[in-house]
Design a protein around this ligand. Structure first.
Ligand SMILES: Cc1cc2nc3c(=O)[nH]c(=O)nc-3n(C[C@H](O)[C@H](O)[C@H](O)COP(=O)(O)OP(=O)(O)OC[C@H]3O[C@@H](n4cnc5c(N)ncnc54)[C@H](O)[C@@H]3O)c2cc1C
Length: 497
């Protein structure tokens, strides 16, 4: 009917006035001129990137007395990977651990990080990470930013993964920075740094509203995150991208790495980029990710056999999982483990709450064999594997593949015995690159020839050296929070008269 009316009334179109133009090109150039004129020409501290590292640096530097800071963010939205992460922040010997009667110490944490990293981590960075992480945790805690629960890091029996709401941290830091005179401009992309070794200053070029602006500064922090969203760069260091999904902040394309390399910096630890294990198949969202194996679930291959120590790093599990038949693996657990996971890791509620017959990421049934059959793994072997697993757990013996305890930390491995039983086909994803630019423990860039560029800093996911050959969960967000703080302190010490 409507169509006939329009066809019969061509005049209607002729009579239509042209759409109202909101901005003429003169308006637009006026707008650009006005906005870019507000852009500072000179600051003490320039920060590239608005994730946990950039914001922590901004807040710490201004707390200490740095007066003029400009933070540029290339995306329209603030927060990068930090805002979308699981909020898991590994710290040792905290008041929250004490409240939960957990004994921990910086020395235990140091031991666990070096062990997980295969001794390939830089000891001075590990030490600094532990100290500064704790200081940043205390700062957040004092400001009433509190963890929701405690969780363990793969490879350790001690629960020191403090699970925060990452939004709460990012927006707390953002507000704090704004209230401390830090100028924050989004949709502004830093593209290069020119050093003036004589005057000890530098000029940062920023693309903003189609213009190239120059900002003179004493210190620059590269806090632009990793490069997981740069497929070309990723391909240089990682095979088998076919079976791997990528989840990372949109802007994480390695800009800061390129800037740092151009200044003579070096990229280290690229051989240790590994995908993380625990995504559902066809994950649509980074939160379609579980660590339920640290809470007692086991991982089986298509033949129904265990093949890994489920309590080790989810990076190591991932590489072994890719080697199984068709690269397939399945996470198996029972009702007790599901309920405990809901309680101890609230971000996983989206996966484990309100399951019904339409749920497509996990299969469940009242017998293990039936749940296994539905998910497409060998039902008889699966039943046998779980029976034997339960017998060993009951006797308190060490399980095959060296599983002695739960990374969940709250004790020993548990039996998988209470129906319904669950089987989740799992997959892998890249959530960060974790390798990065070489820095010293003050976050100053170290060049190929070993010399330091004192006034160019790098903190957060962009820096290498902390993790060694294995990323310990809770140490990515944690690294950004800790070393952002360190960068703020270094910037202050360089800027103060
Ligand atoms: C889904 C997911 C879950 C995760 N869960 C955890 C977890 O629970 N625990 C943990 O420890 N780690 C976790 N990580 C990793 C962790 O989130 C990151 O390593 C950490 O937050 C990185 O912080 P950052 O400040 O270094 O970088 P980001 O938070 O990524 O911020 C970098 C910012 O720089 C901007 N930028 C880039 N280039 C430029 C440029 N040229 N100019 C201006 N701005 C630029 C980017 O747009 C981005 O906003 C997770 C990551 C993901 C993706």
């Amino acid at each position: 009917m409507l169509r006939r009316f329009f066809l019969a009334s061509p005049s209607l179109f002729l009579n239509l006035r042209p759409p109202r133009v909101l901005f003429s090109s003169a308006d637009a150039s006026e707008f650009i001129k006005k906005e870019t004129s507000k852009f500072p020409e000179e600051v003490d501290l320039m920060i590239i990137g608005s994730g946990a590292a950039g914001l922590s640096c901004a807040v710490r530097a201004s707390e200490l007395g740095v007066n003029s800071t400009l933070l540029v963010e290339k995306e329209p939205l603030i927060g990068g990977s930090s805002k979308m992460c699981g909020g898991h922040f590994s710290v040792a010997d905290t008041v929250f651990q004490k409240l939960n009667h957990i004994k921990d110490s910086p020395a235990f944490f140091y031991r666990d990080l070096i062990e997980a990293g295969g001794g390939k981590n830089d000891p001075s960075l590990v030490q600094k990470f532990i100290e500064a992480g704790r200081a940043q945790f205390d700062f957040l805690y004092k400001n009433n930013i509190r963890p929701m629960s405690l969780w363990a890091s793969g490879g350790s029996d001690i629960p020191r993964g403090h699970v925060f709401n990452p939004y709460e941290i990012v927006f707390f830091l953002l507000d704090k920075a704004r209230n401390s005179n830090v100028k924050i401009v989004s949709s502004a992309r830093a593209v290069g740094i020119e050093l003036n070794p004589v005057s000890q200053t530098q000029v940062v070029t920023v693309e903003y509203l189609g213009q190239r602006l120059k900002v003179k500064t004493a210190v620059t922090l590269l806090a632009s995150g990793g490069f997981a969203n740069n497929r070309k760069m990723l391909q240089q260091y990682l095979n088998d991208l076919e079976n791997i999904q990528v989840f990372s902040g949109n802007g994480n394309t390695g800009d800061g790495h390129r800037i740092g390399l151009k200044l003579g910096g070096q990229l280290i630890d690229t051989e240790f980029i590994k995908p993380s294990y625990g995504f559902i198949q066809n994950a649509a969202d980074p939160n379609d990710f579980t660590m339920i194996f640290y809470g007692g679930a086991v991982i089986l291959n298509q033949e129904g056999h265990r093949f890994a120590n489920e309590s080790t790093s989810y990076k190591d599990i991932g590489l072994t999982a890719l080697q199984q038949t068709n690269g397939r693996s399945f996470i198996v657990f029972d009702e007790n483990i599901r309920l405990k996971q809901l309680e101890s890791r609230p971000p996983e509620a989206r996966l484990w709450k309100n399951l019904n017959e339409h749920t497509s990421h996990v299969y469940f049934a009242n017998s293990i064999a039936e749940a296994a059959r539905r998910a497409g793994l060998h039902p008889i072997n699966t039943e046998k594997t779980i029976r034997e697993y339960n017998q060993i757990v009951e006797k308190g013996l060490e399980l095959p593949f060296g599983r002695k305890s739960l990374s969940g930390g709250f004790g020993k491995p548990v039996k998988i015995e209470k129906p319904p039983f669950y089987v989740m086909p799992a997959s892998l994803g890249i959530m960060g690159t974790y390798c990065g630019l070489k820095v010293n423990d003050k976050t100053q860039l170290v060049k190929n020839d070993g010399q330091i560029i004192p006034n160019v800093l790098a903190a957060g996911e962009i820096m290498g050296g902390v993790h060694g050959e294995n990323f310990t969960p809770g140490c990515g967000f944690g690294k950004a929070l800790a070393f952002g703080r360190v960068a703020g302190e270094t910037a202050y010490s360089l800027i103060q008269p």
